[in-house]
Structures are given as C-alpha cells and as structure tokens.
Ligand binder design. Sequence first.
Ligand SMILES: Cc1cc2nc3c(=O)[nH]c(=O)nc-3n(C[C@H](O)[C@H](O)[C@H](O)COP(=O)(O)OP(=O)(O)OC[C@H]3O[C@@H](n4cnc5c(N)ncnc54)[C@H](O)[C@@H]3O)c2cc1C
Length: 327
Amino acid sequence: MNNEEYKGLMVFAEQREGKIHPVAYELLGKGTEIAQKLNIEVSAVVLGSDLGDEINELFYYGAEKVYSYNHPVLADFDLLNYKHNVARLINEVKPETLLIGATHLGRSLAPRIAAAVNTGLTADCTALEVGDEGNLVQIRPAFSGNILAHIRTTTRPQMATVRYKVMQKLPRDPSRKGEIIEKEPEIIESVLKIVSKESSGGVNIAEADVIVCGGRGVKSSTDFELLQDLADAFGGIVGCTRPIVDDGWMGKEHQVGFSGNTVKPKLYIAVGLSGSPQHLAGMRDSDVIVAINADPSAPIFKLADYGVVGDLYEVVPKLAAEARQRS
Ligand SMILES: Cc1cc2nc3c(=O)[nH]c(=O)nc-3n(C[C@H](O)[C@H](O)[C@H](O)COP(=O)(O)OP(=O)(O)OC[C@H]3O[C@@H](n4cnc5c(N)ncnc54)[C@H](O)[C@@H]3O)c2cc1C
C-alpha cells in the first residue's frame, strides 16, 4: 500500500429515518479543524433514500464535498450494502482518514469496512490530534479508563470511531456550499428484511439538557423515584452509574461513563456517586456539575462546580421542592 496516494478526510454521515445523526456534524467540526492544519479537503459520505435537502446540512456543518448514495434499500441500515458501498468508495477516492460516529450503527459498520479495505481501526475515540508528519493521533481510554492510549495507524485510511458528544460541531452556516457527487450504489443481495419497526421506549440520555445521575449511595431501586422527582422538577432525565445497571435497577441506556453513554448536558446533578475515573469519562464536559455526597472527600467534588456535603435523602427532596417553587 502506498500511503501517499491517500488524501483528505472523510466523515461517514449516518442517517436515521432520513435525518442525519448529529454525531456526523460533530465529526465534520473536528474534521474541519484537522483539515485546516493539514490543508486537506473534508468530505462526507451518506447512504439513504431520497434524503433531499437534508444532504445540504452536511455542507452547513463543514463538508466541502458529499458522496451521496440514493436507493430504497439504503433507507435503513443494511449492513452488507452499507459496508460494500463505503468500502468501494474508499478504494476509489482513497481518503487518508475516515471518521465514523461510535453509535450502535457505527460500531457495527466500522470494523467491517476496516476489514474490507484492509486497514486498522481505533474504536471509541474521545479525542483526535494531528501528530508528527500529519498522522492522526487517535486517543481513547484504555485499561478501564485509567490511561489514555495514543494510537497511530500505519495503514491507510486511518479509521476511527468517535463517541457522540465529545467533539464540537461548527455553528450551522446555511451560506456554506459544496459539491454533491451522486454515486451509483451497487446493491448486493442483502440478508436484512425489516418486518416492522418498534420503539424501544428507551431514553436518549445523550440528548438531555438536565441529568440527575444516581449511584450506589441510593439504597434501593424504588429510591430512584426521589431522583426522578428531582429530574422532573428540572425537566430532565435520570441517569445512573454502572453498578446500578449491573444490579438490574436501571437499563443500560441510563448508564453514564466509559462503558455507557457520554453526556454533555447543561446541568448534571451527581447524587450519591463517588466519581470514579470510569464515570467521569462520560460526563466531565457537562456545563454545570452539582454533586451531592455524604463524603466530603469523594472525588466527584474535585470536578463539581457546586457541591453539597450531606445525606441525599435529605438534600434531594429539598432541592426538588425548591426547583418547583422557582419554576
Ligand atoms: C471496564 C470498566 C468500565 C466501567 N464503566 C463504568 C461506567 O461506564 N460508568 C460508571 O459509572 N462506572 C463504570 N465502572 C465502574 C466504576 O469503576 C465504579 O465502580 C463506579 O462508577 C462506582 O459507582 P458509584 O459511584 O455509584 O459507587 P461508589 O463508588 O460506591 O460511590 C457511592 C457514593 O455514594 C456516597 N453515598 C453513600 N450514601 C450516601 C447518602 N445517603 N447520601 C449521599 N451520598 C451517599 C458515598 O459517599 C460514595 O461516594 C467501570 C468499571 C470498569 C472496570
């Protein structure tokens, strides 16, 4: 493989039900920053069916070129067809870097593309930097989140999946324009047949503006109602630490942290949780962090903007009542 042949940075733009997933905009923001340093082009690839004006959003958030595949089979995530067509595009266009959101879809697609084009993949990055000779330094937590591994890929493209809510998107600018390149998809026989679509009814914690997150200080699953009440008072949702999920008290979709969700709400209220490195990895970029903990030496207080040392069973109901009175 001749690495010199590979140029530019490409973002895989995931879409669901015809809407681009916001992680693609975050990747375009980071991609633009990298591209400006290296003086290269930022492109996006999107697969879907009749996406219409939605494609322009990719330009508004920084793409200079969009490779668009339009076919009814591509409306939903069809793993084999997605992998086949993106791999073909890579072999044709030869981007030096390919970034994919570390969503459920991205985590499933990225390793298959990497195998198909015979390159490496760094999964679940939380930061990206430009290193020596313009190489992409892919940074991700390792060893249970206790160290940050800096990884370089010697093959091309350099492929990374990146967590949602860790990169900054550019401000949306509808005056930005770019070139749409319509690509003819090659549809292979698929094993996917969608019989019906059901809502999981689960929460989307990554999108919440206010999160009240409970840890092992909460003594029983029913006591989480106190936290729900506080969350309702702020119009927020309840999250939890991993032991709470391990005990079966809440679903994994509520878990915040290294092996759960990364969140960046406007207000994060940490209740009865210590602030382990694995937990902090998922919430440290929240705008305002409030911690309620009985132990003044709990590590969460080092990160918190506001701290209440006290028993959550006394503090949480008072805070909820106060929030209700003021709203
Ligand atoms: C590979 C790996 C991945 C992991 N991923 C995650 C992850 O994604 N997310 C995650 O959260 N963890 C994760 N963990 C687990 C992590 O290491 C910690 O064990 C976990 O975060 C601790 O949860 P906690 O803070 O709820 O519990 P604890 O550390 O036990 O803290 C409980 C806190 O509650 C306080 N408390 C007790 N009673 C009260 C009271 N009445 N009022 C007020 N405060 C009280 C205590 O002072 C204490 O600080 C992971 C671990 C590993 C090895």
